[in-house]
Design a protein around this ligand. Sequence first.
Ligand code: PEP
Ligand code: MG
Length: 324
Amino acid sequence: QKAEWEKLKNERTLSKDGVHFDLAANIGTPDDLQGVLDNGGEAIGLFRSEFLYMNASELPSEDDQFEAYKKVVEGMNGKQVVVRTMDIGGDKELPYLPLPEEMNPFLGYRAIRISLDRTDLFRTQLRALLRASAFGNLAIMFPMIATVAEFKKARAIYDDERQKMIDAGSKVGDIQVGMMMEIPAAAMIADKLAKYVDFFSIGTNDLIQYSFAADRGNEKVAYLYQPYNPSLLRLIKQTIDASHAEGKWTGMCGEMAGDQIAVPILMGLGLDEFSMSATSILKTRALMKRLTTDDMKKLAEKAVTEAETNEDVIKLVKETVNND
Ligand code: PEP
Ligand code: MG
């Protein structure tokens, strides 16, 4: 089977009826790039920029960040690289940036909330990204956006840095600016947010945690990690539909994007880009090749409207698709 998958390495990802889906990879450092190329990744759908902050004894300089982003966009040779701005906080701490002790760190000061407060750090990162954009196909997304106002604020700071750079005569690329969809309140107003973003990327690890009010790292409540529950599928459907209504696209970069039970449903819901660990790409490409979008639309419709539980949906998928 591995040998069969290997043959798909240089193919585009097509369903049985010839519809293209982007199969992208999640990476954590520039060292992960080779794995993406070896596994036929069509893009990088999530470059977690935290490593720059975590593997350091002080705040990373603009130049250090620039070099890391440049290396990845150049290495991808014109294929899109979506860099997520700093997602520190929650369970990720920095020794040199003391964060307040919190009762509920996952509900507290993290990600874009820090960036909008510490705009000095945010602006440094944005400048590094803008400079790197001249060397390839770079996109930016903001983590943990909850409201329209947050997105507008983040985008205004980005626009300001971009303008300054252009005024200074520097070359900057065409950058798409999107947001991660990981908070249920944001998914509920996806139609409003879709007017301002260039794309959504659904972060299901957090979207599930916040939807079910169940800590993603706590084994006692792990049964509430329910990616196929119709409640979650409805939030996903709403997000995808809202983006399409505005002519935008939606990707997914949580674990769910490479889950072989979820993939058929997500195809049926019209997800445009699937971003996963590089080692899942070829088997997912092989799975998609066997499925037609018409059948998957019917499956997704049933999962969203008829199913009551996570288990109902697993059963539906297994009846429709011979997953091995
Ligand atoms: C997510 O929340 O699904 C996601 C991709 O981000 P992270 O896992 O880094 O929080
Ligand atoms: Mg997340």
